[in-house]
Ligand binder design. Sequence first.
Ligand SMILES: Cc1cc2nc3c(=O)[nH]c(=O)nc-3n(C[C@H](O)[C@H](O)[C@H](O)COP(=O)(O)OP(=O)(O)OC[C@H]3O[C@@H](n4cnc5c(N)ncnc54)[C@H](O)[C@@H]3O)c2cc1C
Length: 361
Amino acid sequence: MTAVTGTRAPAPAVEAPTRSARRRSEPAAALDRPTVSFELFPPRDLDAAPRLWSTVRELEAAEPDFVSVTYGASGRTRQTTRALVTRLLRETTLNPIAHLTCVGTSRAEVATIVEEFLDEGVRSFLALRGDPPAGQADWQPHPDGVDTAAGLVELLREIEHRRCAGSPAQAVRARVRPLSVAVAAFPRGNHATGGTRQQDVQALLAKQEAGADFAITQVFFDAEAYLGLVAEARRAGVTIPIVPGIIPTTDPARLLRVQELTGVPVPRSLLELLGSVDDPAERHRRGIRASVDLVDGVLDGGAPGVHVYTFNRHEAALDLLEGADLRGSRATPGTSHPTTSTEPAGDPAAGPTTTPRGNPS
Ligand SMILES: Cc1cc2nc3c(=O)[nH]c(=O)nc-3n(C[C@H](O)[C@H](O)[C@H](O)COP(=O)(O)OP(=O)(O)OC[C@H]3O[C@@H](n4cnc5c(N)ncnc54)[C@H](O)[C@@H]3O)c2cc1C
């Protein structure tokens, strides 16, 4: 490995002001307001998913800092992820981050994929290891593969360094639009890999040392899980921002599916709260209230912002932002409506990252 990333000084840890302090300083609020971002997943056929596009437009009006686009397990959605990210870049004001996984793929193939994204003008990645295919007992890692997310971060930095070294024009453009690399973090350890929180904090430290800029967490349901991860990560030397990933908890069926796929247990009290009411609008209100409490808990604890898992639906995501007082200035409050549907917009191909193996339904 080259020392491309070795020259990067670790970013100083920034202790965020409490939320109430933030609310007091109005002039700074516009710049200092918590970041807001959304996760989308690519439909199988982008052109045949008009509802996804209307969701994109609704989310765009909330002025998010970025949107991330998932990558199907084993690279299944390589083309559609790229197509959606590229379209977001060209046709919207959004700042897309492309998820990218490396498990089971040769190093040369991963490098080609990275080059394809960079050639399209993509400058932001969420570097992930990904999960081996489910149910294949004889599955073997690629003999010349990239085995960890930290290895992928390093490869991304290497490729960027090579491109800049080979072209002064690209080097200038890279100064103007630097490559940004995010990584995953797991508030209660990665259940999918059997990793404990301690192991995942070590993995997070390795990702930071490889050149990661910030982290986004797996779903969780209590602020303490997130705050505990951050405290443990800081003690271990992790200084990069850790953005909490938040799921709007309005749909009990979806929550149970998320639990099944991630192994992150949904609190019984939350399921009872949602399950004990028949009126969909009231259930939606209760779910949003619970999610707003979670968002308030993490922001009060110093979280830099929130990354909302949208499941390609805007209603609950925007109601959550509204309740948490996080909507952008252009957004019109009260335009979203509760929904009872569990169907994601479009045809799910990559799935939200709360479903690591890629199919939410
Ligand atoms: C925000 C987010 C987005 C996601 N998006 C997608 C997606 O789009 N597509 C998809 O297929 N999956 C996605 N996932 C799932 C993710 O790919 C899996 O959870 C995968 O199992 C782990 O990925 P990782 O990037 O954390 O891997 P790694 O950091 O490489 O970790 C993998 C395992 O190795 C261990 N490990 C690695 N390095 C070290 C070290 N130095 N010391 C100790 N232990 C170590 C870790 O503890 C862990 O158990 C996402 C997850 C999150 C949280």
